[in-house]
Structure formats: structure tokens, C-alpha cells
Design a binder for this molecule. Sequence first.
Ligand SMILES: NC(=O)c1ccc[n+]([C@@H]2O[C@H](COP(=O)([O-])OP(=O)(O)OC[C@H]3O[C@@H](n4cnc5c(N)ncnc54)[C@H](O)[C@@H]3O)[C@@H](O)[C@H]2O)c1
Length: 416
Amino acid sequence: MGQTVFVPKEIDANETRVAASPDTAKRLKGLGFDVIVEAGAGAASRIVDEDYAKAGATIGKAADAGSADVILKVRRPTDAEIKRYKPGAAVIATMDPYGNDAAVAAMARAGVTAFAMEFMPRITRAQVMDVLSSQANLAGYQAVIDGAAEYDRALPMMMTAAGTVPAAKLFVMGVGVAGLQAIATARRLGAIVTATDVRPAVKEQVQSLGAKFLAVEDEEFKAAETAGGYAKEMSKAYQAKQAALTAEHIAKQDIVITTALIPGRPAPKLVSAEMVASMKPGSVIVDLAVERGGNVDGAVPGKVVTTGNGVKIIGHLNVPGRVAASASLLYARNLFAFLETLVDKAKKELAINRDDELVKATMLTDAGKVVHANFAAAAALVDASPAEAGEDDAPARKRAPRKAADKTADKAGGDA
Ligand SMILES: NC(=O)c1ccc[n+]([C@@H]2O[C@H](COP(=O)([O-])OP(=O)(O)OC[C@H]3O[C@@H](n4cnc5c(N)ncnc54)[C@H](O)[C@@H]3O)[C@@H](O)[C@H]2O)c1
């Protein structure tokens, strides 16, 4: 019998995506894997069990994770999920590991080889595996759709017999993958679009999409892009100049979409309470960075807030999950493409090359250890006493048979 890939139904109540599609299930079969998909795993992404079955997968239950050599997931597994995995299993997911040392240590203790897809290097070979891009692209699109839905006017200019409706003014702050798609989507809907970023390379991209670029273009701006293509955290002086420039602009906008992020840092605060207060009633702000601390003063994760002056601030969580069917399709392909590089195609089995730069960049835990250089604190937790690590029965549980109490916790959704 070949090795097995397991695809669970995600536990997080907000998670509508799934880590395999019928297309990737078929491709996994082609690589020589048996594929088990938990019943209902694709339901929120409009994929019914029958579609997976037709692609050659077996429909199973959560406990089938215990027989899997590879587990494909959207989110990092919960402790209850990890307990089911066999030591040596490869777990591939968006791990959100920063600030979650105990969870990283728990994966090491369980002996699984965990890969964080968001650490995939942004090199040509790995473009097809880039979950940040595939999901941010859809988030940028959905941000405009959400903003337009909350806005009580039309976006395009409409010249009709009964009069003219003016075009909406839409401002995008932070023009990475999400911001570029937000600009393109807003332009398609007929809005007048402006955009800002701290990276000079963005100016031309913004203009090529038919939008106007607005930024403080001083010496610091010219050096604001890291070698990796990301933004640096800007100085207080720059932030003050940026705020002065954008304050005046924001007051005239109908919809503002913020997407600004700095890797490993909290999101920069770009829109102050005063700026929000300066906007017209009925204006809308969409904060795509809300899960990373937010770009907008007053944005609340998971809520649409209406301020005293009638401005709506949208802080939806898991925005790619709001277009789940599309997001799952692309996410599944990203994971399949990576898993394909971990397989010996002749032997039809996992053969992880630990010297491969993709593996080095993404592997968090392996053979009982935290192996990623950025997680020394998590590594220390693995060897710490169970009490220090915040767990009561951690070492014993690794290979111990499952207890009745564990099963009850699993049924109740575990500790998700
Ligand atoms: N395969 C590839 O080569 C590949 C794929 C995707 C992205 N990229 C590149 O990676 C880089 C990052 O893209 P991303 O979408 O992941 O970015 P991101 O999600 O990390 O950040 C979003 C944007 O916010 C901007 N930002 C940060 N601080 C700001 C501030 N104070 N004010 C205004 N804007 C601010 C950033 O410059 C970035 O453009 C880009 O250069 C992009 O072109 C490369």
C-alpha cells in the first residue's frame, strides 16, 4: 500500500477554506498517494464529498489523520489535532507561528515535520507555491467588493437622463499583492483610484493600472525596500510627513482600503481617529491588516464598526475565506506544488531533501526538534519541563495510546 495524504475539515469556526481540491486529490493519486478527505471538508468551499470521491479520494473521518504520512491543512493544527498525528508525519499548512511558540513546540514534541507555507521564498521556482500571493490577491479583490457593498452609492460615474452620479473616490494604502488587486478591481468598477506605499518600485505599478500615486518621496522613501522586496518600518519623522500628506487626501475619499504590512512587525498605523473623523458620513474604510494589529484607528477584528460621524470601518477576518471556493482552489494548488517537491516520484513516497532551500525556509519542526532559526524560544520550550511549557502531560502523550478524555475533547472541537 502506498503512503497516505489526509485532508481534514478545518476546525476554526471562521475557516471556510480546504487544503485540497478534487483536482489536487487526483494529482496526489497520480503521485502514488492514497488520499483521505474528511467528510464535509470542502462543504464551505462548494466542494461536495462526491467530487473528491470521483477524483479518487476516500471520504473519511477526523481520526483517519492517525494513519496519514502527510496532512494538508489551511490552519496550524490544534493540540487536539496534533495528538492524532503519527510521529514522522509531514504537516503542511499556514502555520502563523510568530507569537505562538507553545504551539510550535507542541508540533516538535509530537514528532511531526511541520512546514509553514507562508515562509516560502519568493523565488521563481516557488511562485506556484506562494500562498501569501494567491490569498492576498483574492483578499484585495474582496476588500473592494466588501467596501462597495457597505457604500450606499454607486462606484462608477453614471450619466443618465435623470442626472449624473459622480464616480466614487477610492484610496488604497499599501500596494503589495492585495493592494494591486484592489486597485485593479476598483478601476474595473469605475472608481477614481489613488494609492500610496513606501516602496518606490510601486509607483510605476500603480500608474500602469490607471491609478494616481501619492507618497512622500524623500531620501528615506528611496531606500524603503529591503533586498527581499518588503517594506522597512519607517522612522517617526517619515510617518509624520506621510500622515500630513494623507490626512488631507483621506478627507476627500469615499472608500479607503488599507493593506500595509511589515514582515514580523505589527502593521503600521496609517489612519488616525482624526482622519476617520474627517471623512464624510457614509464613507467606508476596509482594514485588511486588522488581524496583524490594523492600519486603522478604531478597526475591530471581525466587526463592521460605524463611527459617530457615520463612517463604516470594516474589519472582516479571514478575507480570502469570504471567497472560499476560489481561495481553496488556489491554496490547494500551492500545497500540491510544494508537496510534489518532497516526493521521490520513482519510489512514490516522501523523500524530503533537507538541503533544498524551499525545505530549509519553511520547515519549522523535524524529528522532535524545532529546526527553524527564527524560533529559538520555541526550541527551548521543547526541552523545558511540561509545567514550564504550559502543558501537563506533554512528553507522555507523544506515543501513548489515545485516552477516552482526549476523544471527548476532539469531538467537542478540541481546544480550537
Ligand atoms: N514571487 C515573487 O517574486 C513575488 C510574489 C509576491 C510578491 N512579491 C513581492 O513581495 C513584496 C511584498 O508584497 P506583499 O504583498 O507580500 O506585501 P505585504 O503584504 O508585506 O505588505 C503590503 C504592502 O504594504 C506596504 N507598506 C508597508 N508599510 C507601509 C507604510 N508605512 N505605508 C504604506 N505602505 C506600507 C508594503 O510596501 C507592501 O507593498 C512586493 O515587492 C511584491 O512585489 C514577489
